[in-house]
Design a protein around this ligand. Structure first.
Ligand SMILES: [Zn+2]
Length: 255
């Protein structure tokens, strides 16, 4: 391993010393893999993280499924951090915002009391939501890294996913939204939270994946109950609030 460039900072992270490098240093040392476009990802748990724009959509989908199906709840998700892999001279995928350290708490710690611990991680069913979509879980590294998930493809610009496919602004689910599975998931969630399931003959109609006037009404009802702006569409804020409420409900039911 060659000497690190001058100015390279060392910093304590999670109890271990890691070598932190700047983008310029990274590029000088490892070559230019392509520019890193970071986007903010608001997860269903109300936790904000960042992601390389090329994988933000698939990351959000995995988070949605994990929030729907798993009881563990992230308190914090760290991502972008240009540095070397701990104990190695190889660059970490954190340097491209293609890796995430997820610090989650089990359902026995309901929000907001769940306390983040450096050792906190998540269960296999949680990891499965990411693995099914192609993410790699750091538990399976020879040096096990439990909180770590990464996109195992090449960094963008080096045979990785095409950024133009997947650039993500804040996604809004509203009338005409064409991902029926996502709409159905939200209809199920809205109905559950409002105690009025989407079903034929019900006030909001069938859980059919079609965002029509009755779904708009359900969203507005939910927004009124949450005390937030009644936009009638599922914007990031509304999705986060509803999911948080559902998780809180579930946590209190367990006590
Ligand atoms: Zn990591």
């Amino acid at each position: 391993m060659t000497a690190l460039p001058a100015g390279t900072a060392r910093r304590r992270m999670g109890g271990a010393m890691v070598t932190r490098i700047t983008n310029a240093e990274r590029n000088a040392r490892f070559g230019q893999f392509g520019s890193v476009t970071l986007v903010t990802v608001d997860t269903p748990w109300g936790v904000r993280t960042v992601a390389n724009a090329t994988v933000a959509r698939v990351l959000r989908q995995a988070c949605e499924e994990a929030a729907d199906t798993c009881s563990w709840r992230p308190q914090r998700i760290d991502s972008y951090n240009p540095r070397l892999i701990r104990g190695s001279s190889a660059p970490s995928m954190h340097g491209w915002a293609l890796a995430w350290d997820v610090f989650a708490t089990p359902p026995t710690m309901p929000p907001p009391g769940g306390v983040w611990k450096p050792t906190a991680t998540f269960a296999a069913d949680f990891a499965g939501c990411f693995q099914r979509r192609g993410f790699f879980w750091g538990r399976n590294f020879s040096r096990q890294d439990w909180p770590h998930l990464e996109w195992p493809g090449n960094p963008p610009g080096d045979g990785g996913p095409d950024p133009s496919d997947d650039i993500l602004e804040v996604e809004v689910i509203g009338p005409g939204y064409n991902d029926q599975a996502a709409v159905r998931r939200w209809q199920r969630r809205l109905g559950q939270w409002l105690d009025k399931p989407f079903k034929p003959g019900g006030p909001y109609g069938d859980c059919d994946g079609d965002f029509g006037p009755k779904t708009t009404k359900a969203v507005k009802d939910a927004q009124r109950r949450l005390g937030i702006r009644r936009t009638g569409v599922l914007d990031a804020n509304t999705m986060t609030e509803i999911t948080y409420e559902i998780l809180r409900q579930r946590a209190s039911e367990r006590r």
